[in-house]
Design a protein around this ligand. Structure first.
Ligand SMILES: Nc1ncnc2c1ncn2[C@@H]1O[C@H](COP(=O)(O)OP(=O)(O)OP(=O)(O)O)[C@@H](O)[C@H]1O
Length: 300
């Protein structure tokens, strides 16, 4: 795996505090090389601390998904990373130059160090393979030293963690409800205990109750296992509840990056103010619903 010799950086952006980082993105630009090239991400810089949830907010088309895919090196032509750097600060102490990874190194890096939960689990799970086989395949590929019994044990553990009865392992994706499928996707993403998970609208297609349950699980698991999360959604009220910091994107640029409280109470950029104003529910008290696990009724 390609490593750099630079020491782990500290996070002085947004939060103001100096914390070790798990990821540093510097001046990243991504261009779609079409007839009239579109710079979908412009000079984006951010750092992420271990165990931190960073929310990415902004209207449709502002470049959130393009940025997330580029961080994962999942972008495909015509998308091209035109400039910038992405450095992953491994817990082993190595710094990994993500843009320099090739083939096997890149495959190992994905899932192992960093994993992604996409919008709509049906597209990401293999429809003709059982949940058990999908978990087992990933473990066999990435953990060749594990015995069959250990793989089974690990698969069952990870499903239990996300609230899926291991008895459902024999199911095919289409036999599960939307919420269950999304939980299985999160289990897959957690399987190898990555240090960072990128979640792109992971619960948008689900009804509100299921969505809240799953989000609570994500926050709980993150606290327990201390992986960092980049969480993408249009839903700013939701981001304010679950994120430590929020990056607001406008036309490919991160125009504001600050702790959630600061974004809520004292936004500095006009666009952030406009975005906050477009959610009427935010004029009331800010709920601590997901973080506290308190029922809305009880909280009143
Ligand atoms: N394959 C492509 N070719 C050309 N332009 C593209 C392509 N994919 C995306 N874009 C453009 O890149 C910009 C950013 O798109 P992106 O999907 O990253 O935004 P987003 O903020 O994630 O939107 P959404 O919230 O709707 O998913 C948009 O202007 C979009 O039109």
């Amino acid at each position: 795996m390609t490593t750099l010799t630079t020491p782990p950086v500290s996070d002085t952006r947004g939060g103001g505090s100096r914390r070790p980082a798990v990821l540093t993105v510097e001046n990243l630009s991504v261009v779609y090389e079409v007839e009239r090239p579109v710079t979908a991400v412009k000079n984006a810089s951010l750092t992420l601390a271990p165990g931190e949830i960073l929310g990415l907010a902004g209207e449709s088309g502002c470049g959130k998904t393009t940025l997330a895919y580029a961080i994962n090196r999942l972008h495909r032509p015509p998308a091209r990373i035109a400039e910038g750097s992405i450095t992953f600060h491994d817990r082993s102490g190595d710094d990994i130059d993500v843009l320099a990874l090739e083939n096997d190194e890149l495959r190992r890096f994905r899932w192992d160090k960093l994993s992604m939960v996409f919008q709509g689990a049906m597209n990401a799970l293999n429809p003709v393979t059982t949940v058990k086989a999908q978990l087992d395949d990933t473990l066999r590929t990435h953990r060749p030293g594990m015995s069959r019994a250990e793989r089974r044990q690990r698969s069952e553990d990870v499903l239990r963690r996300v609230g899926v009865d291991p008895a459902r392992m024999r199911s095919y994706p289409h036999e599960l409800s939307g919420g269950m499928r999304q939980r299985v996707m999160i289990a897959m993403a957690m399987l190898l205990e990555p240090q960072l998970m990128v979640m792109d609208e992971p619960t948008t297609a689900l009804d509100v109750v299921v969505q809240r349950d799953i989000l609570r699980e994500i926050v709980r698991l993150k606290d327990e296992l201390s992986f960092a999360v980049i969480f993408i959604t249009h839903d700013l009220p939701l981001l304010l509840e679950i994120s430590d910091r929020i990056a607001v994107m406008l036309a490919g640029e991160i125009v504001e990056l600050a702790p959630s409280d600061q974004i809520y109470r004292a936004p500095t950029h006009d666009y952030t103010k406009k975005l906050l104003g477009s959610f009427p529910s935010l004029s009331g008290a800010r709920g601590a619903f997901i973080r506290s696990g308190v029922d809305e009724e009880e909280a009143r």
